[in-house]
Structures are given as C-alpha cells and as structure tokens.
Design a binder for this molecule. Structure first.
Ligand SMILES: *Cc1c(COP(=O)(O)O)cnc(C)c1O
Length: 380
C-alpha cells in the first residue's frame, strides 16, 4: 500500500511514517526472544549515539506515550516531597504546564516561573530563582514547547543549572533527533524523548537518557511500580528484556525508522530537512496572508502556530475537513486566549509535502468563501 493513499499528517506526533517503517510492524516478536532483545539493545545504543552520551549516560526505554516517560522520570529522579525534592519549572506553554501538573500529582514540591506562550524561557530568570531558593533540587525544562512552537535556550539554561549544582530534566520529546543535544557540552541528568516524533517511528514508547551516576542512586525512589526507571534499567541490564510486556511492533518499527535516520545522515540531515519544511511553510502561508503567532527568532522548526483568518466565514472544523479532503491533516491550536491552528513540519513526506499543504489550505479557504485572512487591526 503506498504512502499517498493516506492523508499526510502535519501533526507533531503521531506523524507520517515511511512504508519501510510501517512494514516493519508486519511480523510478531516474542518478548523473551534473543532476536527481539537485540533490537532493544540496538535502539538504546543508537539513542545514546545521538547525544554522544555512551560514556556518561544510560538509555532506559519505557512503555506508553511520551508523558508516561516524563512521569517516570520525575517520579524516579526527584526525591519525594517529604524527602526534599523540589522542582523548578520555567513555564511558557502547555507541555511545561503538564510537567508542573505531574510534579503536583506526584507530591513533589513545585515552583514555576511563568511566561506568556509567545516568550522564550530566560536563563537569567532561572539563575535568579536558583540563587534565591537553595531548596530547589531540579529544574525541568521543555526544549521545544510544542504548544506554540517555541524553542527554549537549553544550552544556556543547562549551564546555569550546572553552575548551581542542581539537576536538569529535559522534556526533549518534540525535537529529539532534529535539534542537537550533546551530553559532552550540555550537562543534564535526564533527556526524555519518544518513538513517534522526529525519529519518525510510530507512537507507543518513550525513552529516557539518564546520567548513570544519578540513576544508580534512584533505587526505591519511585512512587510507582510500572513507572520506575531504576527498576526497568536494572532488569534490562540483567536480562536484556523489558520488565513488563514491551510494545514489540513499535520497537521493531522504531529500529527500522532509526536505520533510515542514519541512512539519511542523522541529526544534521533530519534537522536540515525540517528547517527547510518550516521555512517553506512560513513563506508559503505568509504569501497567502497568514500571520505566525511567534517571532521567527523564537520559532523551532517543529510546529508553527498561525492566527486563524479574521473572515467570519472561517471556522476551524470546516477548514480542517476541507484541508483533509485535499490530503493533509492539520492540528488545532493549543493557546488559551487566541483562535489559532498549528501545522507540523516533521514526518516522512517529500519536499513536495509542504507546498502541497499550502496549496490545499489556499484551496480550502476558497471553497469556504474565506477572503480576509489577516486581521483588520494588523492590515490597517
Ligand atoms: C509530544 C510531547 C510530549 C508527550 O506527549 P504524549 O501525548 O504523551 O506522547 C511531551 N512533551 C512535549 C514537548 C511533546 O511535544
């Protein structure tokens, strides 16, 4: 079955995967089987290669969507509230808010620095907060805030956190494999990512890259049996197997997707392709009259938020259906105050994908009778 018989997903995970990746799911694997466990081992090594972390870090895979891995990381690495764990979350969007919510639900003490969704996290604010409160044990940062699409200054924040001797937990889910994180240059305790984003696998598992010396000290810390990264790691080191039933087909497909990632030219090539997609998307949509929500300097090449057309004939649900009929799946906005929609730049589609999507948007608006795209306030 060919790629073109399905709509192209312009969503930041699940995303469009290749035929090869989907075909890798057409066989069954035993979770005890040595061949399957070799696949797990290979994925763990290749993930460490991406961050140059073989000497210092361990890759611990985890079943579930990306959030399961975020929750496992907070639960395993941050001491419980009554044992002094205290997390600082610089908050500039929906995924930061989710991190904060996880801390609350797990009973870890929480402090936030609040920004608007159109701002970057400022390393100087983190510096000030850590200097003012020595009880903060960890900073949890979202690298690319998928809510609006902002790229946060990870390396600068990591330097600040290291200077204060605290731990850094990075939700790198949306950009892992496309925007560089180098463990030799950027100190971190944990980087969290998932199968169904820039590595272009199907969704269903996450993985956490944890500093070995940190992980070794986490025995008994987790509040949860299933979401215990320490136990998962120890069991996997001992047996090469996952502790509980692995998502076998997803693991096999991610392995195949990572082979293609390496064939393509790894991070530089993947990140370069997404940057070209992002540029073509923004240029094409601006030519139609659309405005981006973010300034270009803050924009990560992962997902772009656009203001909805000002025309009263516009309505997201109809727009979505009209664009879908033309072969592309868009993403609703995630901003609380403004009417927006989002378009992803990531996934396995060729260079024709973005121009095709822009043409579909133009055609859909015409069919809906939408003429005025920019808001009058801006046009005036
Ligand atoms: C996708 C994503 C997650 C995980 O979301 P799930 O729906 O649980 O897979 C977490 N953080 C960010 C920044 C993301 O983009």
């Amino acid at each position: 079955m060919s790629q073109t018989s399905y709509p192209v997903l312009l969503t930041p995970g699940p995303l469009t995967t290749s035929d090869r990746t989907r075909h890798a799911m057409l066989r069954d694997w035993g979770s005890w089987d040595a061949d399957f466990n070799q696949i797990t081992t290979r994925i763990r090594q290749r993930v460490l290669d991406i961050v140059h972390g073989q000497a210092t870090h361990e890759c611990v895979p985890m079943q579930g969507s990306g959030t399961f891995s975020v929750e496992a990381t907070i639960g395993t690495l941050v001491p419980r509230g009554d044992q002094g764990g205290h997390v600082l979350v610089p908050n500039n969007g929906a995924y930061c808010a989710r991190l904060a919510r996880i801390c609350k639900v797990l009973g870890r003490k929480l402090t936030t620095i609040d920004y608007s969704e159109a701002e970057q996290v400022n390393p100087a604010d983190v510096d000030r907060a850590l200097a003012a409160d020595p009880s903060i044990t960890h900073v949890a940062l979202v690298h690319c805030e998928t809510g609006a699409g902002v790229l946060n200054p990870l390396h600068e924040v990591a330097q600040v956190v290291a200077k204060h001797g605290r731990g850094l937990i990075i939700d790198a889910m949306s950009a892992f494999g496309a925007i560089e994180i180098d463990a030799r240059q950027t100190p971190f305790d944990a980087v969290i990512a998932a199968s169904g984003k820039c590595l272009e696998g199907p969704p269903g598992m996450g993985f956490v890259i944890v500093r070995r010396s940190v992980l070794e000290k986490c025995e008994g810390n987790a509040h949860s049996l299933a979401l215990d990264l320490y136990d998962q790691w120890v069991y996997m080191q001992k047996t090469t197997q996952w502790r509980f039933t692995p998502p076998t087909h997803i693991v096999a497909a991610l392995d195949e997707a990572m082979t293609q990632y390496i064939e393509e030219g790894s991070l530089a090539a993947r990140g370069g392709r997404y940057a070209r997609n992002c540029r073509a998307l923004i240029d094409g949509m601006r030519a139609l009259g659309f405005r981006t929500y973010l300034d270009d300097e803050l924009q990560a090449p992962i997902i772009v938020t656009f203001h909805a057309p000002a025309d009263p004939a516009y309505e997201f649900k109809t727009f979505y259906q009209e664009v879908k009929k033309r072969g592309y799946i868009l993403y609703p906005g995630k901003l609380t105050q403004l009417e927006t929609f989002r378009v992803g730049c990531i996934g396995h589609f060729g260079e024709a994908g973005i121009p095709g999507a822009v043409a579909a948007v133009a055609d859909a608006l015409k069919a809906m009778g939408v003429r005025q795209i920019a808001a009058t306030a801006v046009a005036a």
